[in-house]
Design a protein around this ligand. Structure first.
Ligand code: HEC
Ligand code: HEC
Ligand code: HEC
Ligand code: HEC
Length: 352
C-alpha cells in the first residue's frame, strides 16, 4: 500500500493566504515549507509569483508547487512518499473567457494525469464555480483544494461532488490542508483530506508554529511602535455613537452587524496586527494607530468607513451632506471575499 503520511513525509498543502502578501513574510513561508517539506504552498496570485522567485534563488531546498524557473507554469508533478502527485493551479477568470478556460483546464488535467497518480487542483475560484467544474471534470483521482475564505466556501470538512473531493483551505496561514492518498494494490486511489490547525493540533514540526508566531510577534511590535508614534487624532471621524441620536435605526442595525464586530473577530484570533486592522478597524485605517482601550462601538468598520468622516455633518445636524468614503469592493476584494455580491450584501447590511 502506497501512502502519503504526515510523519515526516511531505503531505501538506499550506494555505499561505495573507502570509504571502508582504515581502517580509516570504522568509517565513519559505522556512516553513523547507522545514516541513510542504508539498505546496498556496498563496495569492501575485504573491505566489514572488514567493516562487525567492524559492527559485535556491536558498532553500524545497519543492515549489510550480516551476520556479517558469513563472507562467501552472502545473507541477512530483513524488511524495512514493505517490506521484500532480498539482494544477487555477486562477479566477472573467465570465467571458469561461469556456476557453475550462477547455484548457481539461486538457492540462489530462496531460498531468499521465504523469501522476493523483492530481490536486489548487483553485481560487468561488465555491459555486468549483462545484460546477467538479461536475464537468468527473470522478476519480482529482482532489480540489478550494482556495477561498471559509465564509464563502461551504465545506468546513471535505465534501464530495460527483466523485470529486472538494477540500477546504482555511484561515489565512493558520491552517494547513493535509491530503492523503492510499491504495491497496489493484484498487483505485483513495483520497482524503483534512484541515489541521497550525499551533495546536499540528505537531509534525513545532518550528512552523514558532515561525508563524514569530512573524505575528514582529507584527505586534510594528503595531506597538506605530501606535506609540502617532497620537490618536480624535477629530479624524465621528464614531458611530455620534450618529445614534439622529439615526437610531441605522445605529441599531449596524451595532448587530459583522462590521461592528470586525475588531472583535481579530481579537478572538489574536490577530490585532496592522495587516489585518487595515480593513477591520476604522481608527487604524485612518490614524495608523490602534487603541486597545477603545470602546467596541467606536471601532470596527464604522459608519464613517462608508459615509465619510461625518464631522461637519453631525455638527450641522445633517445640513452638511455626507461624502462617500470606501466602496464595498475596496475591502470585499477577490482575496478577502471571493463570492461577494453587492446586491445581496446590501440587503444584509440594510439600515436605511
Ligand atoms: C444632529 C443630528 C444628526 C447627526 C448627529 C447625524 N446626522 Fe446624518 N442626517 C441628519 C439629518 C437631519 C439628515 C437628513 C438630511 C437631508 O435629508 O437633507 C441626515 C442624513 C444623513 C445621510 C443621508 C444624506 C447624506 O447626507 O448623504 C447619511 C448617510 C447620514 N446622515 C449619515 C450620518 C452619519 C454616518 C452620522 C454619524 C457620524 C450622522 N449622520 C450623524 C442628522 C444627523
Ligand atoms: C473597510 C473595509 C470594508 C468596507 C469598505 C466594507 N466592508 Fe463589509 N466587511 C468588512 C469586514 C472586515 C467584514 C468582516 C467582519 C467580521 O466578521 O469580523 C465585513 C463583513 C461584511 C458582511 C458580512 C459577511 C458575512 O459573510 O457574514 C457583509 C454582508 C458586508 N460586509 C457587506 C458590505 C457592503 C454591502 C459594503 C459596501 C456598502 C461593505 N461591506 C463595505 C470590511 C468592509
Ligand atoms: C482588504 C481588507 C481585509 C484585510 C486586509 C483583512 N480582512 Fe479579514 N475580512 C475582510 C472582509 C471583507 C471580510 C468579510 C468577508 C468574509 O467573511 O469572508 C473579512 C472577514 C474576516 C474574518 C471572518 C470570516 C472568516 O474568513 O473567517 C476573519 C476571521 C478575518 N477576516 C480575519 C482576518 C485576518 C486575520 C486578517 C489579517 C491577516 C484580515 N482578516 C485582513 C477584509 C479584510
Ligand atoms: C458598509 C458600509 C456602510 C456602513 C458601515 C454604514 N452605512 Fe449607512 N449606508 C450605506 C449604504 C450603501 C447606504 C445606501 C444609500 C447610499 O448608497 O448611500 C446607506 C444608507 C444610509 C442612510 C440613508 C441614506 C439615504 O439617502 O436615505 C443613513 C442615514 C445611513 N446610511 C447612516 C448610517 C449610520 C448612522 C451608520 C453607522 C451606525 C451607517 N450608515 C453605517 C453604507 C454603510
Amino acid at each position: 500500500m502506497a501512502r502519503l503520511t504526515a510523519d515526516g513525509v511531505p503531505t501538506a498543502i499550506v494555505d499561505g493566504g495573507n502570509l504571502g502578501s508582504d515581502p517580509s513574510k516570504r522568509p517565513v513561508i519559505l522556512e516553513s515549507m523547507a522545514k516541513m517539506s510542504y508539498a505546496a504552498c498556496l498563496t495569492g496570485t501575485d504573491e505566489a509569483d514572488s514567493v516562487r522567485k525567492d524559492a527559485g534563488k535556491g536558498k532553500l531546498s524545497l519543492t515549489p508547487p510550480f516551476d520556479p524557473a517558469d513563472p507562467k507554469a501552472t502545473s507541477w508533478a512530483g513524488e511524495l512518499g512514493g505517490v506521484r502527485v500532480g498539482l494544477l493551479r487555477l486562477e479566477p477568470h472573467g465570465s467571458s473567457g469561461q469556456d476557453a478556460s475550462e477547455a484548457a483546464l481539461v486538457s492540462a488535467l489530462e496531460a498531468l494525469k499521465k504523469r501522476a497518480d493523483v492530481v490536486a487542483l489548487a483553485s481560487r475560484l468561488s465555491d459555486a464555480e468549483n462545484r460546477r467544474l467538479a461536475r464537468r471534470l468527473g470522478p476519480a483521482g482529482l482532489l480540489q483544494a478550494i482556495f477561498v475564505a471559509p465564509a464563502n466556501c461551504t465545506p468546513d470538512l471535505p465534501t464530495v461532488t460527483d466523485g470529486v473531493l472538494l477540500c477546504p483551505t482555511k484561515d489565512r496561514g493558520q491552517t494547513v490542508t493535509l491530503l492523503q492518498a492510499e491504495r491497496t494494490v489493484g484498487q483505485p486511489w483513495k483520497l482524503s483530506c483534512r484541515l489541521e490547525s497550525i499551533g495546536t493540533a499540528y505537531t509534525p514540526d513545532p518550528g512552523v508554529a514558532g515561525l508563524i508566531a514569530r512573524y505575528y510577534e514582529t507584527q505586534q511590535t510594528t503595531l506597538a511602535a506605530a501606535t506609540a508614534e502617532k497620537p490618536l487624532s480624535e477629530a479624524s471621524y465621528a464614531p458611530a455613537p455620534r450618529c445614534k441620536p439622529c439615526h437610531a435605526k441605522a445605529y441599531e442595525v449596524w451595532r448587530k452587524s459583522a462590521h461592528a464586530r470586525a475588531v472583535e473577530t481579530l481579537r478572538g484570533k489574536q490577530r490585532l496586527v496592522p495587516e489585518c486592522l487595515a480593513c477591520h478597524s476604522e481608527p487604524f485605517r485612518r490614524n495608523g494607530r490602534f487603541d486597545a482601550g477603545l470602546a467596541a462601538e467606536d471601532d470596527g468598520v464604522q459608519c464613517s468607513t462608508c459615509h465619510g468622516d461625518a464631522i461637519l455633518h453631525a455638527l450641522t445636524r445633517g445640513a452638511e451632506k455626507m461624502s462617500r468614503e470606501l466602496e464595498c469592493g475596496e475591502c470585499h476584494d477577490a482575496v478577502h471575499h471571493a463570492d461577494f455580491g453587492t446586491e445581496k450584501a446590501l440587503v444584509v447590511i440594510r439600515h436605511w
